[in-house]
Design a protein around this ligand. Sequence first.
Ligand SMILES: [Zn+2]
Length: 494
Amino acid sequence: MGKSIRIAVLHFAHETVTFLKNDTTLDDFIYPGSPASGEALLGSYPKSYMGGFVKMAREFDGVELVGIESPLWPKTYMGSGWVTEDAFETLTGKMIAEIKAQGPFNGVYLCLHGAMAVRGVPRPEAELARRVREVVGAKVFVAATFDLHGNEDEEFLRHADMAFAVKYFPHYDEHLQGERAARMLIRAIKGDYRPAHVTVKVPIISATVVQWTGASPWMDLAQRALVWEAREPDVYVNVFFGFPFADVPDVGMTVQVLTNDNPGLADQVASDIAAFAWRQREALLNSTKIYTIQEGVALAKQAVAKRETPVVLADHSDRSGSATFLLKEIIAQDLSRTLIATIADATTTSKLKAQGAKAGDAFDMEIGGLVDESAGQPLRIQGTILNAVEGHGQFWVCIAFGRGNVLVLSTYLVQVMEPSSLKPLGLDIDAFEVIAIKSRAHFRRGFHDSGFAKTILLVEPTDPFLGTRRLDALPYRNVDLRQFHPYGNPTFPA
Ligand SMILES: [Zn+2]
């Protein structure tokens, strides 16, 4: 009674590093809490895309949200490769069947990421939108939210009506884009917004480590999009920086603009943003200084001597989470009071769990490395276990070694974004002069934007492994890098 607008809500997200050897399987999407449906899906963290969407949609009278059973992020998080066709077909098949069973709907919200890569499905988000469109028909509005790391081209908006991507990296505005998606979807359903869109590919490809929007010209690119949204009512601008570690045909930068039934304006805004990015193409690639691990550790030592602490050493390139290169160099250069968080090692952590490892136990094991060449060799660590706890589906072991150092082992890749997130492990963050983490830009929120770290050093190994910024060292099969700046000489506009 009284609910006149019914919206189906779906979630399907992954950022796939196709160069990793471990496929993302159906099993990885299934764990306690996932898949989720109904309120379990809708009642997400308020700062998430879904949180923003649900909050805004519920501010309107007469709107019913139907949480279609959807997989949450796989338990491997971003530390896994190609999504199997079996996972994609099974999960998508169930979602489509449920939309059919629970329909009819007036609108559909797709909570996506955009950099999912599926074996045999070149554009998985667009394929999901195509299948949704097939069951709901031409008149139902379909809106989506995206991460700016999405690899997109015009295909997605051939099947869906609207897309809203975050503007900042770190992605501070997820909930705001979710709110927009809800408001615009409801306005479209009510006949108040007639989406006219344009998609422009800009032939620039870059490693994610340089895409931090705290530095120019990435900051200026975000600002230019915001200015257009301020200047013209009902204009929405998405600048996808792209995710180069997925070997898929739609990599590279993409600009999307939505207007209210004004294709001319959409063209004008998209051309302006794309031309600005193209003019800045050289500076975009050089906005972040990256050191070798050896240089970075030496600079960390100097910063400690000058009391410019805490120092963050961020290995941006480790995509499995198991890389030991930075830890090896920290030991070689004899750093003290250093926290290493984390080294992912599923085998060792499960062994420790089975043994009932606990605080006070002596530790002498080889850890990390091995999963592929980018992870390097295992390292022998001798010390004492400070803590061993279960949490977030992982087993965490903190080991004290050397002169005031602590190594944190985890089951899977962990990207530490906030110093406070380490507190549940019983660690006193203030006790460390150097904190070595695996992150590219997301850590900036808790370590840089907060003013916490006095020195920040981005590092990568000397060899161009799979997370490198030297993309021409990667074994692409579906991408011709010569079609992109800086690896070829593309003309733009074509
Ligand atoms: Zn992202």
